[in-house]
Design a protein around this ligand. Sequence first.
Ligand SMILES: C[S@@+](CC[C@H](N)C(=O)[O-])C[C@H]1O[C@@H](n2cnc3c(N)ncnc32)[C@H](O)[C@@H]1O
Length: 220
Amino acid sequence: MTRTSESLSPELHDYIVAHSAPVDDVLADLAAETERRYPRSAGMQIGPEQGTFMTLLARLIGARDAVEIGTFTGYSAICTARGLPADGTLLACDISEEWTSVARRYWERAGVAGKITLKLAPALETLRALPEGPRFDLAFIDADKEGYVGYWDELVPRIRPGGALLIDNTLSHGRVIDPGETSVQVQGIRDFNDHALADRRVDVVMLPIGDGLTLARRRD
Ligand SMILES: C[S@@+](CC[C@H](N)C(=O)[O-])C[C@H]1O[C@@H](n2cnc3c(N)ncnc32)[C@H](O)[C@@H]1O
């Protein structure tokens, strides 16, 4: 049974995955290896329907240059890179040599390694070192939750008008609406959700995909 959104029964989630573009062997093998090697961390990986959505979104907006904050074993990077044209680029940011060594192998196997540059450093440093001004069509944020507002503030000015940002885990497994939940991670997500909604440079919608996926479009 595939990883499920908490608001869906496992059976309904499987139905959704079965009626979306099929997941190929590369992604299936990557998900299986991640589960086998890192059973306690594997839940960080995005689900198959989210991956398909990300590929389609990249194609829909004609993205060429993308950036990802939080790569882990590389699943979301493959999905984004597949939505980019042959000369497209994806800057993948992470701090784990071990987890991203798995990613590199699967990027080769997926035939997308040539599009991806991996930067191993705290992502805020990586973003601050980038030239200012719009240079990306698409951004995906999926790293430390306390850092989301900081990543957002660096990324929004670097997204072209009409470009998109995707932000993962914005429902925090439902804990965003639990007043008794005071962890810094959940508070980081709440702060981020309020911050993004108040930002006049974008239009925002929260989608109940996976653990909550916020989609923002940079206004023209
Ligand atoms: C939720 S996982 C990413 C999952 C990935 N998008 C996927 O589809 O498999 C979060 C990742 O963020 C990375 N991370 C945590 N803090 C970071 C930081 N300050 N800068 C860059 N990456 C960070 C972790 O090493 C981890 O690989």
